[in-house]
Design a protein around this ligand. Structure first.
Ligand code: IDP
Ligand code: MG
Length: 140
């Protein structure tokens, strides 16, 4: 199967605890390659746009505040079946449901401050990659 790409965010709870390297190591050990990476401070407008699909959910305002509460690391990851591979190593949204060996089991603080984002489909991966990266910033 050919390599595909997905989009990842190392969230503010993880950057605050200096876990960028630890999280990236787990992604790499899961067979994913970082082909683009940058540390940014998301604006409110960016966070609202990125999470627009969740705008009707009760936690939307808190989620946006959390995501702009500190720096994040946005990444493009490449690997075989990258979307599923990343979702598998991320673990369940709620860390209390996350399996052993997953990033959220190891590091998430709560259902909100759960250390990582990962695209949920190839279609959304493309949209999310394009939201943060220019083609020339991705070097596979
Ligand atoms: P996912 O990140 O596992 O794909 P989604 O349902 O897409 O989960 O939710 C996006 C993000 O919104 C989660 O990663 C988490 O930060 C936050 N979130 C999801 N559900 C809740 C909740 O019930 N309370 C607070 N925050 C939540
Ligand atoms: Mg999601």
């Amino acid at each position: 199967m050919a390599a595909t790409r997905t989009f990842s965010i190392i969230k503010p709870d993880a950057t605050r605890r200096n876990l960028t390297g630890a999280v990236t190591k787990m992604l790499e050990e899961a067979g994913l390659r970082v082909v683009a990476s940058k540390r940014i401070q998301m604006s409110r407008e960016q966070a609202e746009g990125f999470y627009a699909v969740h705008s009707e959910r009760p936690f939307f305002g808190d989620l946006v505040d959390f995501m702009i509460g500190g720096p994040v690391v946005v990444q493009v990851l490449e690997g075989e079946d990258a979307v599923k591979r990343n979702r598998d190593v991320m673990g369940a949204t709620n860390p209390s449901d996350a399996a052993e060996g997953t990033i959220r089991k190891a590091y998430a603080e709560s259902i909100e401050a759960n250390s990582v984002h990962g695209s949920d489909s190839d279609e959304n991966a493309k949209i999310e990659i394009d939201f943060f990266f220019k083609p020339e910033e991705i070097v596979g």
